[in-house]
Design a protein around this ligand. Structure first.
Ligand code: ADP
Ligand code: MG
Length: 234
């Protein structure tokens, strides 16, 4: 699903955000990305979501080499990837329903199908009953669930989440991670950056740790049962 090969991102002579990064994430995996602030996590996600390009090396997402993507193809690549941010990024003047509907409107989908898909997604995140609420009428956890519904409504194969629980307390963070686990169980590949040690240390998820733009040795815990899958898919 994601394959990086010798990726460098150099912002300036003194800022080497990513250095010689090589990694593979297979379809269906759930992987945590961790590491201190400034380690390069957001930079890596920006490359995967086509918001930036590597200085050198290759990034392949869903079979597409992003180095060869032309500007007019970028929206098609982005459609395959749902993105969730720490600060939710909901549009304030749109209700929950309207926020989730947005990606489907952009695709030019018919109204009846949009309504069905949005209602289904809001059901999945447990917020159908707040369809008509504005973002400022929702708690932080609810806003993040709406943002997750928006990221998934166009059925991307990959969900990228950049510190999605950074602004939430532990209970709400647990709910969000449980939601990601359910989404992953339905087949979506999940790649989530987090500082939350309680998620990283529990469970049997693969963890990739970045330090100063490198994959830190000794911190990369493979999920044993997925190694075979990884070998088969890529
Ligand atoms: N647009 C940019 N221009 C210059 N330097 C940047 C830019 N974005 C990030 N950086 C630098 O790249 C490094 C990695 O940043 P980032 O990817 O945001 O790390 P993380 O998400 O792990 O905190 C940091 O040193 C940061 O200051
Ligand atoms: Mg970051």
């Amino acid at each position: 699903m994601i394959e990086l090969s010798h990726v460098y991102k150099i912002y300036s002579q003194s800022v080497h955000a990513l250095s010689n990064l090589t990694m593979k994430i297979a379809r269906g995996e759930f992987v945590y990305l961790t590491g201190p602030s400034g380690a390069g996590k957001t930079t890596l996600f920006r490359l995967i979501t086509c918001y930036d390009r590597p200085s050198s090396g290759t990034v392949v997402v869903a079979g597409q080499n992003l180095s060869t993507v032309t500007p007019d193809q970028v929206p098609f690549v982005r459609r395959k990837v749902g993105v969730v941010f720490q600060d939710f990024k909901l549009l304030k003047n749109r209700t929950s329903f309207e926020n989730v509907a947005l990606p489907l409107e952009v695709l030019g989908m018919k109204r009846a199908e949009i309504t069905a898909r949005v209602n289904d997604m809001l059901d999945q995140v447990g917020l159908r009953y707040k369809s008509g609420y504005w973002p400022n009428q929702l708690s932080g956890g609810e806003q993040q669930r709406v943002a997750i519904a928006r990221a998934l409504v166009s059925k991307p194969g990959l969900l990228i989440a950049d510190e999605p629980t950074g602004n939430l307390d532990q209970n709400l963070s647990n709910e969000i991670m449980e939601l990601f686990a359910r989404i992953n169980a339905q087949g979506t590949t999940v790649f989530v950056a987090t500082h939350n040690q309680s998620f990283i240390s529990k469970g049997n998820r693969r963890v990739i740790r970045l330090e100063k733009g490198h994959i830190a040795d000794g911190f990369n815990r493979p999920a044993p049962q997925l190694q075979e899958v990884a070998a088969r898919e890529l």
